[in-house]
Design a protein around this ligand. Sequence first.
Ligand code: PLP
Length: 455
Amino acid sequence: MNTRSNSLHETDIAYQLHPYTNARVHEEQGPMIITKGDGCYVYDSEGKKYLEGLAGLWSVAVGFSQPRLVEAAAKQMSELPYIQNFAHKAHAPGILLAEKLVEMTPEHLTKVFYTNSGSEANDTVVKFVWFMNNMLGRPKKKKFLARNKGYHGITIASGSLTGLPGNQRGFDLPAIPVVHLTCPHHYRWAHEGESETEFTARLLKEAEDTILAEDPDTIAAFIGEPVMGAGGVMTPPEGYWPGIEALCRKYDILLVSDEVINGFGRTGQPFGCQTYGFTPDILVTSKQLTSSYMPLAAILMTDAVYQVIADYTAELGTLGHGFTAGGNPVACAVGIENLNIIQEEDLMGNAARLADRLQSGLRAFSDHSLVGEVRGIGLIAGVELVRDKATKASFEPAGKIAAMTAKFAAEEGLIIRNIYETIGICPPLIITEAQIDELLEKLGRALDRTLEWAQ
Ligand code: PLP
């Protein structure tokens, strides 16, 4: 029997299981169907226009429907839509994008490995680190250090690195050896009266104590997002990253910078590790790499990391790892053109120039009776809502209040993301001053409506 409905809305309910969605609620309310995008705006199936305050999923740097990306994809699609990257095969877009990535990322990163997604990239990082330590005759050195509230993806290994109960509950994760350290977010995790400097010192002591308690010979790598994104947009306290780097060097632990959100200008510098002054051994990028027009992620590594991996491939006869569509030629062609646009239009500079307008505009909401903390850097920010500003007590049930703000914002024509009690904001890098003002105005109205609703 053909149960196909005439309405897309009903067809979606009938046939699709959505990620990050309560399926039963979805059966009742159905989807918000987005049909068109243009610059910083998207339009739903009713024709309503929204300012996209989250750039898709923290990713559409160059805006929606960029004709140069459409052209780059169409050209590559007609010339060579696919060829494998395995077994010495290569294609021009993959080669040229790798060269470009090495040029754009911090100097000491010299080799690129492609995957389709950030999760696959982080799973690959875990496997590469294990592979390296097996080659080096250190079979015990396999554990990862990560942080509570960190987000590294949802596959078996990356979902284990992620420090969010919502991604682990029900999935039997973590499933690899990982130790989660305290989230480096002063507002929520500092002790009563603890200064930022004292907080940093306590976090670094916790990290070192953990390394010693676990045995440094068992700790392979530390992974973190320079600015934590999907866990609630948390900026680290002063001195945190250089301190973590020093510990990694002291105990021979690889330092992995997960820049899936931070990469390509989001924090006001090209990469988050540059914003916070550390030098990773491995750097992971995705999202703004292609503005999410095509699925693609890239792992960059130092020569020292590469040399160990390369030696082991020689010993074993191959690198027994790779994805059929990893580094797909169309995705790489789109990536090159996307990075060309970011460079030619100085979008990283735009993010740095407009950061203050966004950040100080949002900080003006600090007086709002619902707002506990406004935080962020560059063009990424979080606004945390609280029931009581003095005690920082959150509303119950968790996440409900920010979900209402996101709903009111959508009614006002602004898309934002509610993450537990925090509103996540991360507009396309092409955003203008006027559009930032529009974002602030719409968010202000959504906050006022949330307050009315809560009373
Ligand atoms: N790492 C970080 C920092 C992320 O923000 C994300 C996704 O939001 C991932 C990894 C996972 O990427 P993907 O959703 O492409 O698997």
